[in-house]
Design a protein around this ligand. Structure first.
Ligand code: CP
Length: 317
C-alpha cells in the first residue's frame, strides 16, 4: 500500500480498496478521542491552513475541530474576498499556495473551480486536502459516509445503495469512484437535467461499478440498505457564492425521502445518510426515525478528518 505520509487527498478515483480500510482503521483509533471530547498532542507541532473560496459549515469546521482534537494549530481564511485572491489582484492559485505552504504543514482547500486543489497540489510542497472543488469531488465527505456505513452496518460489501439528488454534485462523483472498490450495487435517482453525465457514466462502466438509474425513489427504496440523499434545490457549485433570491421551488416527490415513504417501503434496518445542508428533501420529522444517521455522519466527519490529518502528516502509519 502507498504511504499516506505527505500525500494529497484530491480524489477517490486514486483510492485502492486496502487504502479505504486502512483509513477506516485509523479513524476507529481516533474515535475514542473525539467521543471523549479530549484533545491529545499527536499533532502538537503541526498547523493546518484552511483555504476556503466557497461557503462551508461542516467541512471547514470539522477539519479545524479535528486539528484541535489532535493538539495542532489552525490558520487560514473562510472568505477569499478578504484575501488578495478575491480582490483587485485575483491572485492565482499558484501564488497563493506558494505563500500558504510556509504558514502551515497541510492545506485543506474548497474552491468553486473544479480542479483547483489539483492545481494547488502541483505547486505546494505540503499535502493538499480537497474540501470540495466545484462540481468535481468531495473525497473527505464520502470517506466519512463510508466510515459511517461501516460503523452502523458492520460492513460495506454486499450492501445496496440508493443515491438521490443532483448527480452533478461532487459527492456523487466521489461516491461513484469509491464504490468501484466495493461490492455495492447502486441506483441513482435524479431530475433529468441533473442526471449523471455521459462521461461520468462511461467512467463508472470503466471502473465496473454496478449502477442503474430510475425516475422515482419509490422504484428503488425497498431494496436499499443505504440511502444517500442530496438536495435537488441547491446553489450553483461553480460560483464562489450563490445568494438565495426570491422564492424557492419545492423538491418533487420523486426525490424526497419522507417518514411515510420510509415506513411504507424502506427496509427496517436501512440507514439514511445526508451530508447536509438540506432543503425539504428530508423533512425534519425523519430525524428521530430509526433510519436517520446524519448526526452520526456529522460526528464521524470530525473522526475522519482526524484520521486523514494524522495520516498525511505522518503521525500515523
Ligand atoms: N457536507 C458539506 O460539505 O457541508 P459544508 O458545505 O457545510 O462544508
Amino acid at each position: 500500500m502507498r504511504s499516506f505520509n505527505g500525500r494529497d487527498i484530491l480524489s477517490l478515483k486514486e483510492f485502492e480498496r486496502n487504502e479505504f480500510f486502512h483509513v477506516f482503521d485509523v479513524a476507529q483509533k481516533m474515535e475514542p478521542i473525539a467521543r471523549a471530547r479530549k484533545n491529545v498532542d499527536l499533532l502538537k507541532e503541526k498547523t493546518l491552513v484552511t483555504a476556503f473560496y466557497q461557503p462551508s459549515t461542516r467541512t471547514r469546521l470539522a477539519h479545524e475541530s479535528a486539528m484541535h482534537r489532535l493538539g495542532g494549530h489552525v490558520t487560514g481564511f473562510s472568505d477569499a474576498k478578504m484575501t488578495r485572491a478575491g480582490d483587485f489582484y485575483q491572485e492565482s492559485i499558484k501564488d497563493t499556495v506558494k505563500m500558504l505552504e510556509y504558514y502551515g504543514d497541510v492545506i485543506v482547500m474548497r474552491h468553486f473551480q473544479q480542479g483547483a486543489p489539483h492545481e494547488a497540489a502541483k505547486w505546494a510542497s505540503i499535502p493538499i486536502i480537497n474540501g470540495g472543488d466545484g462540481w468535481g469531488e468531495h473525497p473527505t465527505q464520502i470517506l466519512t459516509d463510508l466510515y459511517t456505513v461501516l460503523r452502523e452496518k458492520g460492513r460495506i460489501d454486499g450492501l445496496k445503495w440508493l443515491a438521490v439528488g443532483d448527480m452533478r454534485m461532487r459527492t456523487m462523483h466521489s461516491l461513484g469512484y469509491a464504490l468501484s472498490q466495493f461490492d455495492c450495487p447502486i441506483t441513482f435517482v435524479s431530475p433529468p437535467d441533473m442526471a449523471l453525465t455521459d462521461d461520468f457514466k462511461q467512467e463508472l462502466k470503466q471502473y465496473s461499478v454496478d449502477f442503474k438509474e430510475v425516475d422515482h425513489v419509490e422504484m428503488a427504496i425497498a431494496d436499499a440498505d443505504v440511502i444517500l440523499v442530496e438536495p435537488v434545490v441547491q446553489p450553483d457549485y461553480s460560483k464562489s457564492r450563490d445568494e438565495r433570491t426570491g422564492d424557492l421551488n419545492l423538491t418533487p416527490a420523486n426525490y424526497r425521502i419522507t417518514r411515510e415513504l420510509l415506513e411504507a417501503k424502506a427496509k427496517s434496518d436501512a440507514i439514511l445518510l445526508h451530508s447536509l445542508p438540506r432543503m425539504d428533501e428530508v423533512p425534519l420529522d425523519v430525524d428521530i426515525t430509526r433510519w436517520s444517521r446524519y448526526w452520526q455522519e456529522a460526528a464521524n466527519g470530525v473522526v475522519m478528518r482526524m484520521a486523514l490529518l494524522a495520516l498525511v502528516l505522518g503521525a500515523m502509519e
